[in-house]
Design a protein around this ligand. Sequence first.
Ligand SMILES: Nc1ncnc2c1ncn2[C@@H]1O[C@H](COP(=O)(O)OP(=O)(O)OP(=O)(O)O)[C@@H](O)[C@H]1O
Ligand SMILES: [Mg+2]
Length: 275
Amino acid sequence: MLDNLVQKSLEHSAEKPGDYIKDGVLYCGACGKPKQKKIHFPNMGDRLVGIACDCTESEKASVDDANDTAAFETMMERRRIEDSIVDPSYRKVTLADDDGANPKISKICRKYVDQWDKVSTENIGILFRGPVGTGKSFFACCIANELLKKRVPTAVTSFPRLLNLLQNSKDRQGLLDRLSTYKLLVIDDLGVERDTGYAAEQIFAVIDARCRSNLPTIVTTNLTPQEMDAPETMQYKRIFDRVAEMCPVSLLVDGESRRIQNAQRRKELARELLL
Ligand SMILES: Nc1ncnc2c1ncn2[C@@H]1O[C@H](COP(=O)(O)OP(=O)(O)OP(=O)(O)O)[C@@H](O)[C@H]1O
Ligand SMILES: [Mg+2]
């Protein structure tokens, strides 16, 4: 039995090209650490057993890490299909895709990702606000996708999507409860819904559910601070009050619409290609 184990350990740390023997023990040619060790066994005497050199340790760590990532991605994919909260139309952008035209916001997003453990403990969310097409959803998605890379359960959705789901759901409470299974929730487009009492009620339910979960939420909106400070109805006052509490960081993403800039570039390209 023990003999078998010793034999197996030697097979695991078998000689590879470049390895060498010193003082009767096999050494790794890459990291220079021993791959064998002499051990005294009472019934077997001195025997060589195989041990892990630094290379084997780091190989094992990266295999474990890849396995964990694959398991996490499978789990998130299953949840995406099961609970329909995640909007599949959101792009897989990360901070590597950021063109850096708004360096202040880029820096804050990077810090948010780097300091995730602290910001999540303190339940710090962000409100990205500003005019149409300036990159609010882009930055919110970047943060979400960077955190997904760190295996943080994160979802990107939108108020219109949640409204639609709530309207058609037979299990409204179940849907609201599932919002708090995500450590970070990005909810895009606050304020684009039709101004009805019903819509306000659903939005309040979403915001309130997330507020109670004490988990960070990122919200994007075209609404101005003035509009959020002086809502017309009590229901919206209660919504905006909670958003202000959930999102202590309010970032203005300003500038010209990038879509107009993109359209201009594409127009020029089309002219070059076709005219
Ligand atoms: N920092 C950036 N780097 C590269 N591309 C960007 C950046 N910010 C935005 N874009 C691109 O510009 C376009 C508009 O961005 P986005 O959809 O995020 O705007 P928005 O502020 O959310 O607009 P809306 O108010 O209409 O929702 C998208 O195609 C997006 O990919
Ligand atoms: Mg947007």
